[in-house]
Write a protein that binds this ligand. Structure first.
Ligand code: PLP
Length: 281
């Protein structure tokens, strides 16, 4: 397997990471996960734009143009012969003697690798259960930061209790999932939290808005409460790996009749068309 290491493609055994890499010690870096369908990077431009935007927000400069970076990711996927899978790529502020403040002359460290992944077809067909949990993360959730402890602890609790995902809320307000965005549909209108500092503006979320536009589904970006979530006609989550994933039960309570909703199904079909596969009927 080939790894992208600071602009070079190297063999995994040749990858060297310092014990004082700031990603390792402080989570001082950002990342992206990009889906590969049939050998192609899906919505690569949007992911690359967000990678550069996240880096800029924490004052890391990616030392390549976006075009050069795009080509590196493309070459990595090709070299590893990834058909259906994903690319993980991160950049950290680099290695330096451990001090909280930025080091004077560390070089950013960029690592990318690929993995084959199947689409979660069964879960997408049947829907999943999610657990409401207090959102205990920091106030810059718009940055795709390597600091994921709040997300990790929430997902772990949900998972231990038999749930697929955690639905995070700040007080009464539903924000997003531990690694996904959340949507409710009521009377034919789609509701989701606006893209503020409290959520990550998902790339899948943006694709879904386009699909809603095509399908004539009204989108209202407004925060809704935990109770409103439970009272929705349909509920679903989205992410690069989960695509459009129906949520049929929240914290033990069924959403409507407890099966994937009609508009959710329509969005899944439209999403399928986007990626030009035919797995969900
Ligand atoms: N929100 C969080 C906290 C995430 O980690 C993710 C992605 O994994 C998302 C939302 C969904 O973003 P995307 O659709 O770009 O994968």
């Amino acid at each position: 397997e080939w790894i992208l290491s600071n602009g070079e493609l190297v063999k995994e055994q040749d990858l060297e990471i310092s014990k004082e890499d700031r990603g390792y010690q402080f989570g001082d870096g950002i990342y992206e996960v990009i889906r590969v369908y049939e050998g192609d990077l899906f919505t690569a431009t949007e992911h690359i734009d967000r990678f550069y935007a996240s880096a800029e927000k924490i004052r890391i400069t990616v030392p390549y143009t976006k075009d050069v970076f795009h080509k590196m990711l493309h070459d990595l996927v090709e070299l590893n012969q990834i058909d259906n899978g994903q690319v993980y790529v991160q950049i950290t502020r680099g290695a330096a003697p451990r001090n909280h403040q930025f080091p004077a002359n560390a070089e950013p460290v960029l690592v990318g690798y690929t993995k084959s992944v199947e689409r979660p077809v069964e879960a997408m067909q049947n829907g999943v259960k999610a657990l409401l949990l207090e959102d205990m993360r920091w106030l810059r959730c718009d940055i795709k930061s390597l600091n994921l402890l709040g997300n990790v602890l929430a997902k772990q609790q949900a998972s231990e209790e038999g749930y697929f995902e955690a639905i995070l809320h700040r007080g009464d307000t539903v924000t997003e999932g531990s690694s996904s965005n959340m949507y409710g549909i009521k009377d034919g209108v789609l509701y989701t939290h606006p893209a503020t500092n409290l959520i990550l503006n998902g790339i899948t979320r943006r694709v879904i808005f386009e699909l809603c536009d095509e399908l004539g589904i009204e989108v209202v970006e407004t925060a809704f409460t935990k109770q409103q979530a439970l009272d929705m006609d349909e509920f679903f989550m989205s992410s690069t790996t989960s695509e459009v994933m129906p949520v049929i039960e929240i914290s033990g309570q069924k959403i409507a009749d407890g099966t994937p909703g009609e508009l959710t199904r329509k969005l899944q079909t439209a999403f399928e068309a986007r990626i030009k596969l035919g797995v969900i009927s």
